[in-house]
Design a protein around this ligand. Sequence first.
Ligand SMILES: Nc1ncnc2c1ncn2[C@@H]1O[C@H](COP(=O)(O)OP(=O)(O)OP(=O)(O)O)[C@@H](O)[C@H]1O
Ligand SMILES: [Mg+2]
Length: 232
Amino acid sequence: MPPDPDDIVRLEQVTKIYTPAAKVEVPALRGVSFTIRRGEYVAIVGPSGSGKSTLLNILGCLDRPTSGTYWLDGRNVSELDDDALSDIRGQRIGFVFQSFNLIHTQTVLENLETPLFYQGLRAPQRHALALRLIEKVGLADRGRHFPHELSGGQQQRVAIARALANDPAVLLADEPTGNLDSQTGQMILGLLDQLNADGRTVIIVTHDLNVARHCHRYIEMRDGLIHTEPAA
Ligand SMILES: Nc1ncnc2c1ncn2[C@@H]1O[C@H](COP(=O)(O)OP(=O)(O)OP(=O)(O)O)[C@@H](O)[C@H]1O
Ligand SMILES: [Mg+2]
């Protein structure tokens, strides 16, 4: 059934079975169903190997389910080919990674302008939007610096600005504070809190309960399934 317009993400019985060279099938997701409403702030938590990254890769259109349906912003994206999936990724998803993943040979502004090129914006528009984004994360004075001239927290703020460049339907963050000290991590979480308060749908994968506590809802993975507390 197609989702309600306010359902930004809907998974129906999604499975993911890896068949690596060893030919031993690994059922990483074994039938996962949930809905995330527009503007929600959700943590995906669970022990190592429970399927969090597998789930995030599917949510971020980096990978397809083996079976089941994934609706992203009203569109069934579960059976798209690689090119279509990559288009959707560029248009609808913002990614923030543990290791920032900035381009080290480019300045902060160039890091922000590069993805805008692929959206077909002209140079003056790219520059203007990059300036707005960098201002939004409080680094307006660092545009001409290179990533290695910034602290880890500042680099992550640039990465968040870059993730917002395509005005994504969902912002996905995989352990966004994993490489930061706790105080800097709190600052990054404060920024994500702010983006969510402004209406952005934010999904964070983490095994850190201090991070998860910022979110308004948990999806807890266990052994490829969503874990629900047994009735008391
Ligand atoms: N490319 C792959 N090929 C084969 N098996 C894989 C592959 N990627 C993940 N798996 C397996 O799928 C299961 C889920 O892995 P996943 O990486 O999603 O866990 P995770 O919850 O992100 O763990 P962690 O907290 O350690 O990052 C694990 O058993 C893992 O070994
Ligand atoms: Mg993982």
